[in-house]
Structures are given as structure tokens and as C-alpha cells.
Design a protein around this ligand. Structure first.
Ligand code: PGA
Length: 257
């Protein structure tokens, strides 16, 4: 049994498909994951397809243990926001989860801390469970400002979030240098930041709620490193990009124990 489970925090395996797959491969992959997860409830599995496939994937997974989420949402509830998707729309098509503040949104599309914070609130109001991503760039790590960066990102994203809502929220630590590069942070490096983040969460409210919250690691998670990462006391699951796109690389991640 992994440490994450002994801690009382149920591990999460989240597959972020990013802008990949098409209808047929998306549905095929979702069906394979549903089949493998079956009635297992020692791990929470969630898939994050592109917006246009959410409805169909959610239908396919209806009643299954595998849940569905979106990769982003708008901070506004409705109105003249061309190209945006509201949190309520995501709930309407069967989403439970939403990823917010992913580094690709922050760095490629200029999403700042304040916008991420507004999105977190919009998602919570609609009833979604946010996975809030934080993570330093390679230059920030080399400049020894990892703690400063992730604490600023986390505090801004969670400003004004009630203790009750915090319990619905998951944090993901995605060091930018590790995403899609094959350069996973070592379990020790990741564990150090996870421990630090739990302390930040404790400072925002109290250690009791911080200890109940799940903090995922993301960045080149693969079948050959998932076990070592999941052994680390403060790593409560993984946010997986590349390896979530094929059942051959995603399904083995379920055997992380
Ligand atoms: P990767 O992506 O697994 O492809 O590195 C991880 C992420 O974006 O969180």
C-alpha cells in the first residue's frame, strides 16, 4: 500500500490529454481505462479530453469509476466571451473536474495569478473540483526561487477560498522543466516541494485541512518512474500528459503500488 493511501488521502491518477487525439482514439482510450479501472476504488482516475470530446467521453464513462474533467474554463459565468467555455457548461456535459493554471496556460497564453484565482472561484461556484497547477520554470529553479514562485502562485489561486471549498480542491506541482521533456524531477526534489506546498496550504488555513488535501506531481510521469514518485510521503497522485495518450503507457500507471 502506498504512503499516500496510508495517509488517508486517496491517490489520484489524472490523464491530461492536452490538444491530442481525435474522436475515435479518445473514445477507445476512455473505454480501455474504464475497463481496467473497473470497480477499483483505491485510486481516483480522471481523464481530461479536449473540450469538444468531453460530452461523448463523459457519456461513455457515465456510471463508471473513471471521472471526466476539462483542461481549462472561463472565469466568467456567461456572456459575450467569444471562444470561452463556462464552468457551468462543463458541469452540464458531465465534468467533475477542471485543471486550472496549467503552466502551458500560464506561459503560452499569458494567464496570470489573478486570472487563475478567478477561474478557481468560478469552478467552485459551479460545483467543479479544480486541480490547481503551480510550478517554477527551469530558470526560476536555477535561480533558487522555486519556493517563492510556487507559494505566490498557490496563495493567489486560493485567495478567498473557504476551508470547506479547499477540501474539494487538489493541487498539482508541475515543474515546467519536467513537462514533456522526459526530465522528471527526482522523487526527493518533488517531495521537498510537495512538503513545502503542504506547509503553504496550512498557512492559508490550518494544518488539518492541509493534511487532508491531495498534492499531485506532474512532469514526465511514466510507467518506469511512477512507483518511486508515489512512494514519497507527500505525493498523492500524478498529473500525466504524454503517457496518458496511449493505453499501453497509461494503464500500467495504475499499478503504482
Ligand atoms: P507530461 O505533462 O507528462 O507530458 O510531462 C505533464 C503535465 O503537463 O502536467
Amino acid at each position: 500500500m502506498s504512503l499516500a493511501f496510508r495517509s488517508g488521502r486517496r491517490p489520484i491518477l489524472a490523464g491530461n490529454w492536452k490538444m491530442n487525439l481525435e474522436r475515435k482514439s479518445a473514445l477507445g482510450l476512455a473505454a480501455a481505462v474504464r475497463e481496467r479501472v473497473g470497480e477499483r476504488d483505491d485510486v481516483e482516475v480522471a481523464l481530461f479530453p479536449p473540450f469538444v470530446y468531453l460530452d461523448e467521453v463523459a457519456r461513455l464513462l457515465s456510471g463508471a469509476k473513471v471521472k471526466v474533467g476539462a483542461q481549462n474554463c472561463c472565469d466568467e459565468a456567461s456572456g459575450a466571451f467569444t471562444g470561452e467555455i463556462s464552468a457551468a457548461m462543463l458541469v452540464d456535459v458531465g465534468c467533475d473536474w477542471v485543471i486550472l493554471g496549467h503552466s502551458e496556460r500560464r506561459h503560452l497564453y499569458g494567464e496570470g495569478d489573478a486570472l487563475v484565482g478567478a477561474k478557481v472561484k468560478a469552478a467552485l461556484v459551479a460545483g467543479l473540483k479544480p486541480i490547481v497547477c503551480v510550478g517554477e520554470t527551469l530558470a526560476e529553479r536555477e535561480g533558487k526561487s522555486t519556493e517563492q514562485v510556487v507559494s505566490r502562485q498557490l496563495s493567489a489561486a486560493l485567495a478567498g477560498v473557504s476551508r470547506l471549498d479547499l477540501a474539494r480542491l487538489v493541487v498539482a506541482y508541475d515543474p515546467v522543466g519536467a513537462i514533456g521533456t522526459g526530465k522528471t524531477a527526482t522523487p526527493d526534489q518533488a517531495g521537498e516541494v510537495h512538503r513545502y506546498l503542504r506547509g503553504v496550504l496550512g498557512g492559508l488555513h490550518d494544518m488539518e485541512v492541509a493534511k487532508s488535501m491531495r498534492i499531485l506531481y506532474g512532469g514526465s510521469v511514466k510507467p518506469d518512474n511512477v512507483r518511486d514518485l508515489m512512494q514519497v510521503a507527500d505525493i498523492d497522485g500524478c498529473l500525466v500528459g504524454g503517457a496518458s495518450l496511449k493505453s499501453e503507457s497509461f494503464l500500467p500507471l495504475l499499478e503504482f503500488r
